[in-house]
Design a protein around this ligand. Sequence first.
Ligand SMILES: [Zn+2]
Length: 265
Amino acid sequence: MKYLIIILSVLTITVNAQWIKTGGPIGGLGYNIRIDKNNKNIMYVTDAWSGVNKSTDGGQTWFAANNGITSRTGPSDDAIPVFSLTIDHNNSNVLWVGTQGQRGVFKSTDAGNSFTRMETGIIENEGLTIRNFEIDPNNSDIIFLSAELSVGVLGNEFDRVKGEVCSISYLKKGSLTKCYQTCGNPGCRCHKDEKYRHGPYWWWSTKEDGKTKSILVPEGMLSEVRSYIDNYRLLKSRIKILEEISEKIIKIRIENYKMQQKKSG
Ligand SMILES: [Zn+2]
């Protein structure tokens, strides 16, 4: 959430004109503000990560218009990375929407009530940001879009996950097992009946090179041991994510490298 978006009422232009905050998304990467040329009360604002925001009262109130926009991103995978939006000059009900950091081109034919994915032929996926649309003034079927293929978005994501890794504390793999045991005294009743066994004892077991190593853990230390095990799992999952991001980055870098070879060749 880098920028605070201030939605502007463009209709209240007076001598002492002032900017008024009229709601809308609290912040994110805002990019396009589009106004319907046939009805100046209808406005659209894009925002990564709240998606398309629409107003029908000249910017006084806003509502989300993301029906059918299926792109998602962010730490909890519920952010809508809408970046660009264009209204067809020939038909105000037709909107084109592009997303940030991943392939996502959407078209609406009902002024944003619903969108359909329209990206047949675009092969790039990760790192792709649709920056702008241009529609032929005489033919709505001819649409140009400009896009940027970048490792930047992925690089930021990598750094964010790397930051999480740095804050992880002590860790060790393994699992905790609860058991009841017999003692060293042969006369003890624990040897005669299972229900007299001593315990519970908690064993923290790990397998290393095929051998199981166990540490006896006092009950009062269980939560600390659990945090070690949780931290180990967390680190493993984060390494997996870092690997996945790195794989996407190298694929993009290979493509960019091949394009540069073509240019200079
Ligand atoms: Zn015993």
